[in-house]
Design a protein around this ligand. Structure first.
Ligand code: 6PG
Length: 472
């Protein structure tokens, strides 16, 4: 029997769809899952009639693959991934290639690349974005590891990936754990945009008194604009239209207001703090999830403090797309991308990833969760100025900020008056206002540090390090 071109371990929904994608693109496949009943279920169900076979154990799996073997693992990040690597390593031979397509912590991937490449088979840590549908129809993929390992799977990945006007949504990211690092930051941006859209929904509901259908229409309008046309705005429009089949009311309003998280947003913020990147909009979105999970405490506190006073504020007419609110959403979305890109540039220098920023923007234009028309502008910004210090000083983005800052400020002030939390909007306002302020008040922080701890300070008028006896 002819050997299969491609192997997949882990038949979760992402794994199932990725192997169907590979097979559709001409790569006969073999699948393995820890519980064989799941493999059977897949082969007798959506995998039926395809050039896909099942393996009973890892030895059988490896034997069914042509050499050099190309194996994609779609298993839970962390110890489950280490366990699979350990079990399969004994069967792998020179030039075989193991790819981790899960949301692994990038430092775990660094360690695995170093350990496994010394065993002479290749290892790629690859971020995969796009959810179940993306995995089947074409995801965005962020593979990192040694370049020769990537070259060995390039033809497979370029066929499987989403395609946009300037090519497939996959590229070699860089060495070590860079692929998973870029995916982590992608998710940090994803957290930011999800929270931004949720804040705008909350304001339309509670400040403007709009219902889900009306709010959905606004998202539909925003999705027609160059600044906001994106996958996340598109699905927000749809989520708000969905009705509870039991009683026909808005389903979104029945969902518990506690957001889950699997780690990538947290890792983005931890990395940013470690590398000295300023990511307040992304951090605010992470903190908003943490706060949302404190449901019982929030309920008690609302009894103590009373609900926010209900007040009506004008956030622009619905038929015009609520201009100030759109300003807030556009600038906060830009800030999320700007902060994520800034973090990537810092990481690239610190970890020698040699990231190519225009290519990262390019592979995010299709297939992934944060795909948007704005990414074309981001790609162009980094193409025209590879050493751009921050997206917001690119002329197109600067222009957006100049036009839309008053709208964002109005939204933050209205929210403060109404007692409605808008952590991403307010963090974005402070981020932009701080970034464009040549002189901040940290001179006084320096004075205090020197006063109580002799930490010294620099001066604006002389070179050197200074200390003053402040308390006479
Ligand atoms: C993607 C997503 C995906 C992620 C989920 C859940 O790009 O397809 O980022 O990989 O796992 O969105 O993430 P949280 O549970 O942390 O929100």
């Amino acid at each position: 029997m002819a050997k299969a071109h491609f192997g997949l371990i882990g038949l979760g929904v992402m794994g199932e769809n990725l192997v169907l994608n590979a097979e559709r693109n001409g790569f006969s496949s073999v699948v393995y899952n820890r519980t064989y009943s799941k493999t059977e279920h897949f082969l007798n169900g959506i995998g039926e009639g395809k050039a896909i076979s099942g393996a009973i154990d890892l030895k059988d799996f490896v034997n069914q693959l042509e050499r050099p073997r190309r194996i994609l693992m779609m298993v839970k990040a962390g110890s489950a991934t280490d366990a699979v690597i350990q079990q399969i390593s004994q069967y792998l031979e020179e030039d075989d290639l193991l790819i981790d397509g899960g949301n692994s912590l990038f430092s775990d991937t660094e360690r695995r690349v170093a350990e496994l490449e010394s065993k002479s088979f290749g290892y790629i840590g690859m971020g995969v974005s796009g959810g179940a549908k993306g995995a089947l129809e074409g995801p965005s993929m962020m593979p990192g590891g040694t370049k020769s390992s990537y070259t060995a799977i390039e033809s497979l990945l370029t066929k499987m990936a989403a395609q946009v006007e300037d090519g497939p949504c996959v590229t070699y990211i860089g060495p070590g754990g860079s692929g998973h690092f870029v995916k982590t930051v992608h998710n940090g941006i994803e957290y930011g945009i999800e929270q931004i859209l949720s804040e705008s929904y909350d304001l339309m509901k509670r400040v403007c008194g709009m219902n889900c259908d009306q709010i959905s229409e606004v998202f539909g309008m925003w999705n027609q604009t160059e600044e906001l046309s994106s996958y996340l705005v598109e699905i927000t429009e749809k989520c708000l239209q969905e009705k509870d089949p039991d009683d026909g009311t808005d389903l979104v309003e029945k969902i518990m207001d506690k957001a889950g998280q699997k780690g990538t947003g947290l890792w983005t913020v931890i990395s940013a703090l470690q590398l000295g990147a300023s990511v307040p909009t992304i951090y605010a979105s992470l903190n908003a999830r943490v706060m949302s999970s404190m449901k019982a405490q929030r309920e008690n506190a609302e009894i103590v403090f009373g609900p926010p006073h209900s007040s009506y504020f004008d956030l622009g007419s619905q038929s015009d797309g609520m201009p100030p609110l759109m300003d807030a959403v556009v600038l906060s979305t830009i800030a999320s991308y700007a902060q994520g890109m800034d973090l990537l540039m810092l990481a690239s220098r610190e970890y020698n990833y040699d990231l190519h920023m225009p290519s990262i923007a390019q592979i995010w234009k299709g297939g992934c969760i944060i795909r948007s028309t704005l990414l074309t502008r981001i790609q162009e910004a980094f193409l025209s100025k590879p050493d751009l210090p921050n997206l917001i000083v690119d002329p197109w983005f600067t222009d957006q900020i100049k036009q839309r800052l008053p709208g964002l400020a109005k939204v933050v002030s209205v929210s403060a008056d109404a007692g409605i939390p808008v952590p991403c909007f307010s963090s974005t306002l402070d981020y932009i206002n701080s970034y464009k302020t040549a002189r901040l008040p940290q001179n006084l922080v320096q004075a205090m540090r020197d006063c109580f701890g002799s930490h010294t300070y620099e001066r604006t008028d002389r070179i050197g390090s200074f200390h003053t006896e402040w308390e006479h």
